[in-house]
Design a binder for this molecule. Structure first.
Ligand SMILES: Nc1ncnc2c1ncn2[C@@H]1O[C@H](COP(=O)(O)OP(=O)(O)OP(=O)(O)O)[C@@H](O)[C@H]1O
Length: 251
């Protein structure tokens, strides 16, 4: 279970999040919606260990996450993607996937010199997982292309695949559907359902309400740093305050 309890974050004198709480159980997809500047990315950044909250707590299975230490949070099983995919554009799709894998035996100089056999075995194992992941994402035919040559939607799928190479218990996804064509959005939604079926916790920031309605079990709505509503997608759509502050706004 991922728990965010009464988290507040300020930048200078500006309060970006005010006592925000949410819970996300295993095998669930949780949407975070709200107008621009309402604090969605800030919340994701607190969970990802980028920002240290002024007060409140974030726990995974009862253990506090390491605030301000994103590498430690990632090692604890929390992976995140960004609004603009972070890829090595001049490396191939396959090479990017390999870089996404955690615990590569070749990482340490000690291993490289003293356990070359183990390193080679591990590399082979990672390569076959990367291959399988590319097949799963429908990107196998792009394996040897530069990552920079993929469409925006394919790049977003690739970053999700890179995350999955580390087998995270929690995925934090920042606007995966933005700028993506409808066919790839459907593919993303199918992948999210699979990740849920595998027992993972998915937190999803998204402006695409169709995507939210299609995949989310529960939705939390932020407005000016405050949590103003939570519920099923249907409950959120019917919530007058949400419609006034967000859904009623022209796109
Ligand atoms: N590092 C920072 N320093 C100062 N202010 C910040 C910082 N990060 C975010 N803010 C401010 O905090 C508020 C919340 O920003 P945040 O990016 O979390 O909103 P958001 O809901 O993700 O918006 P969007 O939908 O546009 O991505 C905004 O007013 C923003 O300007």
């Amino acid at each position: 279970m991922l728990r965010v309890r009464d988290v507040s974050v300020s930048f200078g004198g500006f309060r970006a999040l005010n006592a925000v709480s949410l819970e996300a159980p295993p095998a669930s997809i949780t949407g975070i919606i709200g107008p621009n500047g309402s604090g969605k990315s800030t919340l994701l950044n607190v969970v990802a260990g980028v920002y240290v909250p002024d007060s409140g707590a974030v726990t995974l299975n009862g253990h506090p996450l390491a605030y301000g230490r994103p590498e430690q949070v990632a090692a604890a099983g929390v992976g995140r993607t960004f609004q603009v995919p972070r890829l090595a554009h001049k490396l191939t799709v396959f090479q990017n996937m390999m870089a996404g894998a955690r615990d590569q035996a070749g990482e340490g100089v000690f291993n490289l010199f003293l356990r070359p056999g183990a390193v080679a075995r591990c590399e082979k194992e990672i390569a076959s997982r990367a291959e399988a992941m590319l097949k799963r994402l429908g990107l196998a035919h792009k394996a040897n292309d530069y990552a920079g040559s993929l469409s925006g939607g394919q790049q977003k799928l690739l970053t999700m695949g890179m995350l999955l190479m580390a087998d995270p218990a929690v995925l934090l996804l920042d606007e995966p559907a933005a700028g993506v064509n409808p066919v790839l959005i459907e593919q993303q939604a199918a992948l999210l359902h699979e990740l849920k079926a595998e027992g993972r916790i998915v937190l999803l920031i998204e402006h695409n309400m169709e995507m939210i309605a299609n995949v989310c079990d529960r939705v939390f709505v932020l407005d000016a740093g405050e949590l103003i509503a939570s519920g099923t997608p249907a409950q959120i759509r019917a919530d007058e305050r949400v419609v006034r502050s967000y859904l009623g706004m022209p796109a």
